[in-house]
Design a protein around this ligand. Structure first.
Ligand code: NI
Ligand code: MN
Length: 225
C-alpha cells in the first residue's frame, strides 16, 4: 500500500489497485503549492467533515476524476448541490463498498459546510485494505471513544492530527496512540496555519519515548505502508 501526503489532512492511499483520496485541501495551502491537482487520480474521495481545510478542492477533483465521493449525509447533501453526481452518503457505523467495509467513527470536533449550512457530525474512518487496517481520525480532540478501536481491530497504521489548537496536539496524539493500541502513526493537520505549527523533531521524539513511530512524510512524498 502506498501513502502520498498532500498537506493538511489530505492524502492518497493506493491499495488493491484503487486510489483513495482523503480530505482534499491543496490549492489554498501555500505549503502544497508544488502539487498540481489536475494530476491527482482518485477512485474514491472520503471526506471527514465539511470544514474548508478538508473540502476546498473536493468539487474540482471529484469532477476531474469522476471518483465516488463518500461523506456524512449532511456534507454529501452540500456536495450534491455543487453538481457532483457520484456521491454515497454515510453515517456512523459500517458501510459496505466494493473495496470492503468502511467503519465511520466518532470524532470530537464540529462540522459545517462551506456555505455555513449544517454539516452534521464530523467523522473518522477505519478501512481494511491489502490485509492492513488503517484508522484516519479526521479532526478530533482526544476521546475515550478511541478505545473502542483497540477492542475491534489490530490497527497497523493510524493517521492522526497532531497540530493542536483545533485538534489533538502531539501529547494528546501520543495518548490516543495508546488508546487505539497502534505503534505506527502518521501525523497530519500540522504546520499549515500559525496556530498549528509544531516542532516536528520534538514530535517524533515524543512518540519514540513510548516505543512508537511517528511518520511525517513531506508534502508530495510517497511512502510504502
Ligand atoms: Ni475541522
Ligand atoms: Mn481541520
Amino acid at each position: 500500500m502506498k501513502y502520498t501526503y498532500y498537506g493538511q489532512s489530505c492524502f492518497l492511499l493506493e491499495a488493491d489497485g484503487k486510489k483513495f483520496l482523503f480530505d482534499p485541501f491543496i490549492t489554498h495551502n501555500p505549503l502544497a503549492k508544488e502539487i498540481d491537482i489536475s494530476k491527482i487520480e482518485a477512485d474514491y474521495i472520503l471526506v471527514s467533515h465539511g470544514h474548508q481545510d478538508h473540502i476546498a478542492d473536493l468539487v474540482t477533483i471529484a469532477n476531474n476524476t469522476g471518483a465516488q465521493v463518500i461523506a456524512m449525509v449532511e456534507v454529501a447533501s452540500w456536495i450534491s448541490k455543487q453538481g457532483v453526481k457520484n456521491i454515497t452518503d454515510i453515517n456512523f457505523g459500517k458501510s459496505v463498498f466494493d473495496f470492503g467495509t468502511l467503519r465511520t467513527v466518532w470524532a470530537v470536533h464540529s462540522s459545517s459546510n462551506p456555505d455555513e449550512s449544517y454539516g452534521g457530525n464530523p467523522a473518522g474512518f477505519v478501512l481494511q485494505l491489502e490485509e492492513k487496517t488503517i484508522y484516519f481520525a479526521g479532526d478530533t480532540a482526544l476521546t475515550l471513544e478511541m478505545k473502542l478501536l483497540a477492542e475491534l481491530y489490530q490497527l497497523d497504521y493510524a493517521i492522526l492530527p497532531i497540530g493542536g489548537h483545533y485538534t489533538m496536539d502531539v501529547a494528546d496524539a501520543v495518548v490516543a496512540s495508546k488508546f487505539i493500541a497502534c505503534d505506527k502513526i502518521i501525523g497530519v493537520h500540522y504546520d499549515t496555519f500559525p496556530p498549528i505549527k509544531i516542532d516536528t523533531e520534538e514530535a517524533k521524539q515524543a512518540f519514540e519515548k513510548e516505543n512508537k513511530t511517528l511518520l511525517l512524510p513531506a508534502i508530495g512524498e510517497t511512502i510504502d505502508l
